[in-house]
Design a protein around this ligand. Structure first.
Ligand SMILES: Nc1ncnc2c1ncn2[C@@H]1O[C@H](COP(=O)(O)OP(=O)(O)O)[C@@H](O)[C@H]1O
Ligand SMILES: [Mg+2]
Length: 277
């Protein structure tokens, strides 16, 4: 086949959801931001790079996660990205977005087996170069850690979203994350922090003060946008009850839809359109 301008596909924009802390909303926000992107008409692939497979599981794919008969899972792909060629049944097609699931084999194995291998941090990028063509956006959910797997997410990604609690402690935690991003930048060039998502914000004076501090520190100081996502049971319920984002509801009545749509709009404006130009 001769390559013409029409047959060359624009590579997807790849966004990593990262924070070395657990329980800050990486997995939850991955789903709702993916839903918001899909709602804008974009083709979205979500990647579960966390060995515990929480994302895969809450989307209802426990079976895929614990399928030990499957010859090639994300574990094998990361160890040998050349196996991604011709593997077309590994991606699960969903109503809103598609999923590249985690597999139980990743627990206690993938990171360790990758360590010390050549180009160990470039594996996800190689896998996505093969599997993710045709998507507009790839969102990568991560484990709460800083290791070779999260380095893979950083190397593959064009931008990073950082969910954090609006507490003083999280600001310190962000320093460590910044160091990881800087160290990856030294080797691989640009990784951009697209935004911070202050998550599970509560309505009280103390929270307001924290938010104000976060906004001034990041928006005014570093020109990194901060999005405020409040503590809302419907963000949990949509996933727990229906394995989907709030954006597929018959009536979109979540008051967090707007801010999540803003995050999606930022990704589209900064990364998708840029790639299409
Ligand atoms: N904005 C929110 N409002 C209410 N509950 C939330 C919100 N964000 C996350 N949660 C809940 O907090 C817990 C931790 O979120 P999770 O997405 O699993 O974090 P992580 O992936 O960073 O470990 C989950 O029970 C999730 O449902
Ligand atoms: Mg998680």
């Amino acid at each position: 086949m001769t390559e013409t301008a029409e047959t060359i596909e624009t590579p997807p924009a790849i966004v990593a959801m990262l924070n070395q802390k657990g329980g800050v909303g990486k997995t939850t926000l991955t789903i709702h931001v993916a839903g918001a992107l899909a709602d804008r008409g974009l083709d979205v692939l979500v990647v579960d790079l966390a060995p515990e497979g929480a994302l895969t599981s809450i989307l209802g794919y426990d079976e895929a996660y614990s399928d030990l008969d499957q010859e090639v899972s994300l574990h094998e792909l990361l160890l040998d990205p050349s196996r991604a060629d011709g593997v077309d049944d590994i991606i699960i097609t969903g109503e809103e977005f598609d999923l590249l699931p985690a597999n139980e084999r990743m627990v206690d194995r993938t990171g360790g087996e990758l360590n010390g291998e050549p180009r160990a941090r470039e594996r996800l990028k190689m896998v996505l170069d093969e599997l993710a063509t045709g998507y507009d956006v790839v969102l990568v959910d991560n484990m709460p850690n800083i290791n070779v797997l999260t380095d893979n997410a950083l190397v593959a990604s064009d931008g990073v979203l950082i969910p954090a609690y609006a507490e003083a402690l999280s600001v310190q935690g962000l320093d460590r994350l910044q160091k990881q991003i800087d160290s990856v930048r030294e080797y691989f060039g640009a990784v951009r922090i697209l935004g911070i998502i202050a998550n599970r914000v509560e309505h009280n004076k103390q929270a307001d003060a924290m938010l104000e501090q976060l906004h001034s520190e990041f928006e005014d100081g570093l020109e990194i946008p901060v999005f405020d996502v409040y503590k809302r049971v419907d963000l949990q319920r949509a996933i727990a009850a229906q394995e989907r984002s709030i954006f597929t509801a018959d009536e979109l009545d979540s008051d967090m839809a707007e801010v999540l749509a803003d995050v999606a709009a930022l990704i589209e404006a900064e990364l998708v359109r840029e790639a299409n130009e």
